[in-house]
Design a protein around this ligand. Sequence first.
Ligand code: FE
Ligand code: FE
Ligand code: ZN
Length: 280
Amino acid sequence: MLKIGCHLSNAKGYVNMMNQALDIGANTFQFFTRNPRGSRVKNIDHEDIGNFNNMMKENNFNKIVGHAPYTLNPASPDNRVLNFAYLTVEEDLSLMELMPGNFYNMHPGSHVKSGVEEGIKRVIDVLNQNMSNTMTTTILLETMSGKGSEIGRTFEELLMIIDGLNHPDKVGICLDTCHVYDGGYDIKEDLDGVLYELDKVIGIERLHAIHINDTKNPFASHKDRHEKIGDGYLGEEFFFKLINHKDLKDKIFILETPNEIEGYAAEIKLLKYNYGNIDF
Ligand code: FE
Ligand code: FE
Ligand code: ZN
């Protein structure tokens, strides 16, 4: 079965997100662990999370993805920004443990003129300080478009982070189709080649989730502006090929397209309709 969902607002809690997901035919989803542009942690509603965990089981739901806030920059040379990163990753990982066995997705961050290697060292330390061998969450490092001084445009950079971790078994990657295409991997013309490259450098078994976004900008533009499925440079056919790829059968697909809930429902329906002939 196609594992598909979209990014949902967690403003009304976890049970609410689950109901929305079920409503639109999703069997996974993504949410921000806190206000994406702010820094405040929401008060944790344990009852809501308990009920949510029961619904996960009852509905045989796939793993879900908690996304770190955009303000997180564990590669930053600025102490205030870096301290916020230590605190955020710590709090977010303990939140995620309330829903055991899911994914925590983060952008590796930007080195802001301090150099890729220095930036990567800081990311490694933020993670090593906060990961443990008892954690059940898998951290996903997201592939980035390379705008500004973003780390994670290349598979090699993500591997450098993974290689520095004390618990590499608890880390994987999330491939964002808009980001990699903007970043200079021609996933549209050569999907097999890009997946081969990913497998060679990082290992395809580390790939757990795929952000399916079309892009507003042409190949290698390093821009990162998401577009609705079929309305951008990647195009509908590409996404049908992607979800049906033999090496991606067990991956989780998450839409982060510029949509309201109705738009997401339509995209999920479209993708399901164009998925195999076995399950639908
Ligand atoms: Fe992201
Ligand atoms: Fe993404
Ligand atoms: Zn993006």
